[in-house]
Design a protein around this ligand. Structure first.
Ligand SMILES: [Fe+2]
Length: 166
């Protein structure tokens, strides 16, 4: 039964970019586990816990993206070797300082944002409202996560925009 009201020709580019996101998320997930286990130093408890929250959030998204692909009537890419090959996020050494780990993750967030942008572009062309809605939520959540990591990295002397402060 055709339960989708989407042009079949235009859906393939959306699925293709969703598969890249699925691969990105797998490498990003494993990197968060790597950092959760290997974090050392005075910020251990804080970041060890935060990285766990982040990988659990990512695990949920991995399932949602794969099932979006299935909903669009394609098989999601499922092999680790394929994820490594097509992911734009690259694996990382465990031998990083706490600050280096946070910087690495913030850089990965930029890669994820670019991938969301590509998916939005293809989904708009296909009038795929379901994927558009999903990406909107993912962008908002990633921006919030980036804000928190970036704030952790900041010196207290740095300030936000103070235009509205009296
Ligand atoms: Fe753990």
């Amino acid at each position: 039964m055709d339960y989708l009201n989407i042009d079949k020709q235009k859906i393939l580019p959306v699925v293709s970019e969703l598969n890249v996101l699925l691969a990105d998320y797998h490498v990003y997930y494993q990197k968060l586990r790597n950092f959760h286990w290997n974090i050392l130093g005075k910020n251990f408890f804080e970041l060890h816990n935060r990285f766990e929250e982040m990988y659990n959030e990512t695990k949920t998204k991995i399932d949602e993206v794969a099932e979006r692909i299935v909903t669009l009537k394609y098989h999601p890419i499922s092999k680790l070797s394929d994820y490594i090959e097509i992911s734009k996020i690259k694996e990382s050494s465990p031998l990083l300082s706490d600050q280096e780990m946070v910087t690495e993750l913030l850089n990965d967030h930029k890669i994820l944002l670019e991938q969301f942008g590509l998916i939005l572009e293809k989904a708009k062309k296909a009038k795929d409202e379901g994927t558009l809605d999903m990406m909107g939520a993912y962008i908002r959540e990633l921006e919030k996560s980036s804000w928190m990591l970036n704030t952790w990295s900041k010196d207290t002397k740095e300030e936000l925009n103070s235009s509205f402060v009296k």
